[in-house]
Design a protein around this ligand. Sequence first.
Ligand code: PMP
Length: 463
Amino acid sequence: KPRLTDAHRRALARIREREDAAFRARVPTSLAMTARARSTMPGGVPTPWMAGFYRTPVLWLSHGSGPVFTDVDGNRYLDFNLGDMSTALGYAHPRLTETIAAQAARGVQLFLPSEPATAVCEQLRLRFTLPQWQFTLSASTANTEALRIARVATGRQGVLLFAGKYHGQLQETLWTTDDGSGDESAGADALVPEQTGLGAPPPELAVVAFNDLAAAEQVLDRRRCAAVLVEGVLTNCGTVLPEPGFLPGLREACTRTGTLLVMDETHTQFDHYGGAVAHYDLSPDLVTGGKGIAGGIPIGTYGMTDALAELVDAALADELGETVGLALGGTLFANALSLACADVVLTELMTPAEHERIGRLGTRLSDGIEAAARAHELPWRAHRFGARSGYCLQPELPRDAREAHTGIDPLFSDTRRVYLANRGVWDAISSAGPHAGFAHDEADIDLYLGLLGAFLDELCDSS
Ligand code: PMP
């Protein structure tokens, strides 16, 4: 059954054209700023994601407060994209602003340890159980360092990944199999780069389908992988939940084959307190993360077992060159500002009770999306994992990336996004879904759902 009928597509194209024109008319200052910026920045943006994700003209922002941001034309948007989890706390939280000011007065960068580091590690240990932690400035770099530690610990080079993954802009993980599905029967052992500008394919990299434990075991049994790098729930192709037994089976296969299990909690730590590790009661060897846990101040984190910490300790870089150091670290990593902010955010603001509250908001969002689809006789489902929600334009939830991609339609998500934007709601990018954040309340969720109902009314009435 097609996800969208031809009549739906025609209706969407009509709505899209009208809403695109309305959007352009509302943002003259943003348009002028982009035009001017084109003489100093490729695409008129300081980094490509700011233009590439949205498929509307680029919005230039003035400020944000709580769950709302305001563009330079004075338009306000209730935010459900949450900066792809970098702004999960909301904007200009008073406690964070106060913390930033206080740390600024003491120095934002000290280049030696500052006291909050220990409290942040204790908070991360409460969430993910791993005892020892290190810091970077992004989740991408946390993954880079975790894989380096895994290589040194195992003496192997390979990494096993799952199709539909995204782990950041690191050389090792920006590859997939021929058709992106991880389906080996599709002649899929050949690696293809997902982006250009990469060097040679990393050695012994394998990509298999999420939830395909047998395929993962087949790779791990060759004993060439240093690590399996996996999100407990795929969050970059909609939401794909693990089937019962998949993650415990992966743990077991890692232990049996001497491979390290690295769980990427960059997104899922905002879905449930303790992320997928806590939700599914897992024991990884390393956990990586970052994004909004310092309230938007750059940070990356990775946790490890005591055994791995000993190995890192033994290889601490020695300026005199007597030890060959592990390739970890960076000048501004673990800076005083990131750690002071992460301390306050994790200790005071993203508490277990707050996670439970936004988890309920996420359920309200997912239930509301399914109810809206049912009311319009659309055989769709909602993605759901705690505070995370999203659209699955088919009756069955996906088990892997291939199924997930058939349930996503860019025409539907782009049209919905611009329709909502013109009415003051900023929806998620199409690879994700709307997400409840710490600044939202029930009225915000209901406002989103009310507009979704109106959008589906128009879609169905005019098709
Ligand atoms: N891991 C996952 C699961 C992600 O989704 C992302 C970013 N979308 C990253 C890592 C990388 O995060 P960053 O861009 O902050 O380095």
